[in-house]
Design a binder for this molecule. Structure first.
Ligand SMILES: Nc1ncnc2c1ncn2[C@@H]1O[C@H](COP(=O)(O)OP(=O)(O)O)[C@@H](O)[C@H]1O
Ligand SMILES: [Mg+2]
Length: 451
């Protein structure tokens, strides 16, 4: 008997320790079973308490009366599926007549407390079916990406979402993106993650880093072109615009619209070209974009206009030529001068890290999702890397990128250095790499002969 008590005590202590130090392991070992039991046992009473039940239908009442049975109680949404996941539970509900998805969405916080979960979000799958995604613990506290991730050349995983799903950066559906955030909020780490993922894909990376290149130069082996000051950036952007024009010429030459060419084979962007002709897609990463838009002198003002015009042209026309923009900055609003808001309107994908004021958050979400603005201001300074990101459905969610060290990013870039394409138009901006020749041993000094 005492043996059994000791074993029980040990299990309880282990569970407590795991829950405290390693919530992810706790979830996989104890948490998931307890949560499934809790949901199964409490389901009806919780739904009733949350006002998610409907009175029995007329024919049920009539049937009960005819058979002289007790009056049936109110009915909760049907559970269509209960699926445990790595981070929580997914519950699929079939709504009863008279209920709507908004009822469920409005009750998410109540459900979270009632089922003892960390987070609950809901979304409509199709009419009459709502999915509740519950997380068992704070998945953004220590981000661990799932082991199995989908990767294609233009779609890479970059962060974990609050509901445990993976946040992807998909260049085919969202060609250009803007990432805002106060200083030290995690923008560069986010960008570093992106570079680490893209390094393994057959894409060309081009970088503009006006912080004298401290963020991107260590990763130079995987970059086809880099600029570390505004003057070089202006020339680099002009070169990119000429490349874009050349790609359009190529697409036009390939179009050959005659009656016998099948519709599906008419090329309108690089992905329609046959593989052997297809130019390599380019991702242009810009860190601290405001540096490019600031000026003191007349000369610098001219340079600024040139840069903003080139960026706006790339944003407007770049997608079909396979040129994608990834712009990071602290603020990106009209106070940076003319052309900025027009450029911003072209940047579809929005991510806001912690910002200091509402107007900065408005630059990311004011024009698309006003409730995301509030969420971006509420991010705590203690959790750098947490951000609010718009998703493809027009909604938004909180995300956090894994904490990728510069060392890890450098290793990934060096490992895939041979994937770096040579772009003839940008050859002048190819970063000069320190030669990898082994450092010669310092000559051993021979002790002077004692006379
Ligand atoms: N996703 C993250 N997870 C954990 N820590 C992070 C994350 N992103 C950033 N940090 C921390 O915040 C610090 C500042 O991040 P950084 O990307 O350099 O900010 P920014 O470029 O916005 O000024 C980093 O040194 C890192 O310690
Ligand atoms: Mg930075």
């Amino acid at each position: 008997m005492t043996g059994f008590t000791v074993a029980l005590l040990l299990v309880a202590v282990t569970a407590g320790l795991l829950r405290w130090r390693r919530p992810a392991w706790y979830w996989l070992t104890f948490g998931v079973t307890l949560a499934v039991l809790r949901v199964a046992v409490r389901y009806r009473s919780v739904m009733d308490a949350c006002g998610l039940t409907v009175p029995p239908s007329r024919w049920r009442l009539a049937l009960a009366r005819a058979a002289n049975r007790p009056v049936p109680g109110p009915r909760a949404p049907r559970i269509l599926r209960l699926r445990p996941t790595r981070t929580g539970l997914v519950l699929r509900l079939g709504l009863r007549p008279g209920q709507d998805a908004f009822d469920v969405a409005a009750s998410c916080d109540r459900l979270r407390h009632s089922f003892g979960m960390y987070g609950v979000t809901s979304r409509e799958l199709r009419s009459g079916v709502v999915e509740l995604r519950m997380t068992g613990y704070d998945v953004l506290k220590r981000v661990q990406m799932p082991a199995k991730l989908e990767r294609t050349p233009t779609r890479v995983p970059v962060a974990l979402r609050e509901d445990g799903a993976v946040h992807y950066r998909d260049y085919r559906t969202v060609p250009h993106a803007l990432t805002l955030g106060a200083t030290k909020s995690g923008k560069s780490v986010y960008q570093r993650n992106l570079v680490t993922e893209l390094a393994a894909q057959p894409v060309a990376l081009v970088g503009i880093d006006c912080k004298q290149g401290v963020e991107l130069y260590p990763l130079a082996r995987r970059f086809s072109a880099l600029a570390d000051n505004a003057d070089t950036a202006a020339e680099l952007l002009d070169a990119l615009v000429s490349r874009m024009e050349a790609v359009y010429q190529l697409i036009r030459a390939e179009q050959r619209i005659t009656a016998d060419v099948p519709d599906a084979e008419i090329a309108a962007d690089i992905w329609d070209l046959p593989e052997h002709l297809r130019p390599v897609p380019i991702v242009l990463l810009v860190d601290e974009v405001a540096e490019l838009a600031l000026f003191n002198t007349r000369e610098e003002e001219k340079r600024r206009d040139r840069i903003i015009t080139a960026l706006a042209r790339l944003a407007q026309l770049g997608r079909a030529a396979g040129i994608y923009l990834e712009i990071c900055g602290q603020r990106f609003g009209s106070e940076l001068g003319k052309g900025i808001t027009m450029l911003r309107a072209q940047l579809t994908g929005r991510t806001a890290h912690r910002v200091n004021d509402e107007s900065s958050a408005n630059m990311a979400f004011g024009d698309i999702a006003p409730d995301a603005v509030l969420a971006a201001i509420q991010i705590s300074p203690d959790t750098p890397g947490v951000a609010v990101a718009g998703d493809s459905t027009g909604g938004w969610s909180r995300i956090r990128a894994p904490h990728t060290s510069l060392r890890k990013a450098v290793d990934a870039c060096n490992r895939h250095a041979e994937l770096t394409p040579e772009l003839p138009e940008l050859a002048a901006f190819r970063p000069v790499l320190p030669s990898l020749a082994p450092v010669p041993e310092p000559a051993t000094e021979t002790a002077p002969a004692v006379a």
